[in-house]
Design a binder for this molecule. Structure first.
Ligand code: 3HC
Ligand code: NAI
Length: 709
């Protein structure tokens, strides 16, 4: 076919990932860049050349559509760490926006980031009902840099656009239709998309409908000014504390509003480009992009390939409906999987189910789910006091008290009850999974699934592999974990696994610094200011100061024991390291506690001194880095990045620093090691003994975050 023929009929391969096809009078510009049709340079080139060919052809309208599982899901993030590759995105967007023929974006899967920004340059957008739309750049430490901050507010209004861009969370097709982001939902299945979009495009051409450009629509920006921006800033202050991108996004929308008054869309785009440039390559953006790939790497287990057979999970059994069991059950009910929940007696069962119901009702009251959903989900929970009812469960999760003898006893019983091949999981937070497995005749089916509290909210899930755990049990636990919206990370057996083992080290130093003169408030403030949601002592108060405390064996041997002996239980009874206001849960330092600490220290002859904030930070975080390196060296974690994923999701380590391993790399492993050696000499203690792996990597100029064990 000659070039002349090609432009007449507009068919053929444009670049390696973009091709043109014809459906009679409509040109289809098709992107095929697996896995998620990211905007790699050949897609950007394909948009430019494909639009030119389609425009020059005798087609009357153009549909932009994607092969595979999704519409364009954004910029190609792998390109961010490389020198920029031309062409940019703008020429393709302009070709769409200024096209003399109607351009329709046909959307399925997820139109995200640059993908949505491309769709916003089409004259019309149609989608199937399962499609999602979002600008998640904020999660990568960026802002929408393809005109999204200027176009989205013009279509949805600034308030909703700000919410979407600052949260990064997508909206569904119905909401997108309601707010004018899309013009039509053309069906439910992928098969409906092309036909629906072509019909829409043909209609637009036949009716000679005006070709609206979002850039020309300023009316929704009117009336949103200083007061509204200030209110929005105040509303997100808490949840975006420490992150740089959210405020930059607001600044871009401010630019959209201020430049709209003079009709200067290009000035708004220029402001967006300039502010985008401030973020690209910043330490936060680098850390958050590292985290994006870290989270995906964590899903991969080298010796458990993707095609490993899994147990099909039609029903889950949960033993123990306490704090954890009830929350764990909700995860499965939320996605329609029925659960058998067994307690030791009727009263405990009733109490456990009552807590679950109240949790759902609270969510419904806030508008998160409907009251019908509350009932549907409760109906999926079958309560019982008979473990025999677990016989038809495919996955069992034990969540009884943290006591080895009890756990072994119930696992021995489960061994006799559960069907062959069922996965038997324990939610223990620290106990030895191999020992628990030894109570059964099928240790290959036994695994740890360590949820974090509150289990219906926290995304972290440590999947603990025992010596005998089968590949099928691992594949099943990792995959069901992802299905219920968690971030599963595989780890080996040791006391406390990845997360709690490192937490214990921070706790040792926090306790020690109290005896040297630091106050709970000072320690917590340093850790909070670093970016954690709360400090170590406030966290203990939240979890319950008496977790693991036994009044019969308590011997005033630690400050914590003394506090428990004095009736302090933490937030739940309003007194712990702090005093809590019963109505607001606001905390204030307790002078009595400070006196208890001083007395405790002086009884042991400890001299009080002033401890600097820098020392507090180092002594809280460096032993964790050291322990993380030991965890890697022992192959308890598969990768350094898995440790970062665990701490970011499980304990609120600030994502914009990349997690403990990445953070240590950024400081420089040599410097971190020097400080660890210094504290080892000054204070002693096993947790300060430098990790041999850390020593090696520091000497070689290696990386903890990129280390694979
Ligand atoms: N660039 C490059 N690779 C990407 C990518 C992207 N934007 N999005 C996903 N991938 C890769 C993943 O790394 C993964 O690779 P792997 O199989 O080798 O690990 C593979 O695609 C599949 O990804 P997921 O495992 O995440 O697949 P899911 O089906 O669970 O999720 C998704 C699909 C919802 C599209 C999810 O991948 C996602 O959220 N991607 C990121 C979207 C995003 O952030 N877009 C904005 C980019 S920034 C931007 O557009 C800037 C612009 O404003 C200028
Ligand atoms: P909990 O005390 O709130 O609940 C335990 C429940 O198990 C109680 O309702 C109890 O009645 C029930 N139970 C005890 N023995 C039983 C038996 N033989 N048969 C049936 N039910 C029985 O305890 P929680 O906090 O839910 O902890 C459960 C497990 O989860 C423990 O192993 C704990 O270490 C672990 N875990 C706890 C976390 C937390 O923050 N609370 C976090 C992560 C793990």
């Amino acid at each position: 076919m000659t070039q002349q023929d090609q432009s007449q009929t507009a068919e053929g391969q444009i670049t390696e990932s973009v091709r043109l096809e014809r459906r009679d009078d409509v040109a289809l510009l098709i992107v095929n860049n697996p896995p998620v049709n990211a905007l790699s340079y050949h897609v950007r080139q394909g948009l430019i050349d494909g639009m030119a060919a389609a425009e020059a052809s005798d087609a009357t309208a153009i549909v932009l559509i994607c092969d595979g599982r999704t519409f364009i899901a954004g910029a190609d993030i792998t390109e961010f760490s490389q020198p920029p590759k031309p062409p940019g995105l703008v020429p393709g967007q302009e070709a769409m926006e200024n096209c003399s023929k109607p351009v329709v974006a046909a959307i399925h899967g997820t139109a995200l980031g640059g993908g949505l920004e491309v769709a916003l340059c089409a004259h019309f957008r149609v989608a199937i009902s399962s499609a999602q739309f979002g600008l998640p750049e904020v999660k990568l430490g960026l802002l929408p840099g393809g005109g999204g901050t200027q176009r989205l507010p013009r279509i949805t209004g600034p308030q909703r656009a700000l919410e979407m861009m600052v949260s990064g969370d997508p909206i569904g097709a119905t909401e997108a239709l309601d707010c004018g982001l899309i013009n039509e939902i053309v069906g439910d299945s992928l098969a409906d998309l092309e036909a629906g979009a072509v019909a829409f495009a043909r209609r637009a051409a036949a009716e000679n409908t005006p070709r609206p450009r979002i850039r020309d629509r300023n009316e929704r920006l009117e009336g949103f000014g200083t007061e509204q921006f200030a209110a929005f800033r105040a509303s997100i202050a808490r949840r975006t504390r420490g992150f740089e991108a959210p405020d930059r996004i607001i600044r871009c929308v401010e630019a959209a509003v201020s430049t709209a008054a003079s009709g200067d869309f290009e000035a708004g785009l220029a402001a967006e480009a300039r502010i985008f440039g401030e973020l690209m390559g910043s330490s936060q953006a680098n850390a958050q992009q590292y985290y994006f790939f870290a989270e995906r790497a964590a899903q991969k287990v080298p010796d458990v390939p993707r095609d490993t057979p899994q147990v099909d999970i039609a029903r889950v059994g949960i033993l123990g409906a306490g704090t954890m069991g009830g929350g764990i059950a909700m995860n499965f009910a939320n996605i329609g999987i029925p659960v058998t929940l067994v307690e030791r007696d009727e009263a405990s069962l009733e109490r456990g189910l009552g807590v679950v119901r109240r949790n759902y009702e609270r969510t419904a009251a806030r508008g998160g789910i409907s009251s019908d959903d509350v009932q549907t989900r409760m109906d999926l929970l079958a309560g019982s006091t008979d473990m025999g009812d677990f016989a038809d469960c495919d996955l069992m999760i034990e969540a009884v008290f943290e006591n080895m003898a009890l756990k072994k006893d119930v696992f021995a019983q489960l061994d006799g009850i559960c069907k062959p091949g069922a996965v038997l999981a324990t939610n223990t937070s620290a106990l030895n999974v191999n020992e628990i497995a030894s109570a059964t005749s099928r240790p290959h089916d036994v695994i740890g699934m360590h949820f974090f509290s509150p289990a219906n909210v926290m995304r972290m899930l440590e999947v603990v592999r025992g010596d005998a755990t089968s590949h099928t049990a691992i594949a099943t636990a990792m995959s069901i974990g992802k299905r219920i919206g968690k971030t599963p990370v595989l780890c080996g057996v040791c006391h406390g696994f990845i997360g709690n083992r490192m937490l214990f080290m921070r706790g040792i130093e926090a306790d020690q610094m109290l005896l040297e003169g630091a106050t709970p408030a000072q320690i917590d403030k340093v850790v909070y200011d670093f970016g954690f949601p709360m400090g170590p002592l406030a966290m203990r108060d939240l979890a319950g100061l008496d977790v693991g405390w036994n009044s019969e064996t308590s011997s005033s041997s630690t400050v914590r024991e003394v506090l428990c002996e004095s009736g302090r239980r933490g937030q739940k009874n309003g007194r712990g390291y702090y005093i809590y206001d019963p109505a607001t849960r606001a905390s204030t330092p307790d002078p009595e506690v400070e006196q208890i600490i001083r007395d405790f220290a002086s009884d042991r002859g400890a001299a009080l001194r002033s401890v600097t904030d820098q020392e507090i930070l180092e002594r809280c975080l460096y032993p964790m880095v050291n322990e993380g390196a030991k965890i890697l060296d022992e192959s308890i974690a598969l990768r350094g990045s898995d440790i970062d994923v665990t701490w970011i999701n499980g304990y609120g380590w600030p994502m914009y620093t990349g997690g403990p391993m990445y953070w240590a790399d950024e400081i420089g492993l040599g410097e971190v090691l020097d400080r660890i050696r210094h504290y080892h000499e000054a204070l002693g203690g096993e947790h300060w003994t430098p990790s041999p792996l850390l020593e090696r990597l520091a000497a070689e100029g290696g990386s903890l975050a990129r280390y694979e064990s």
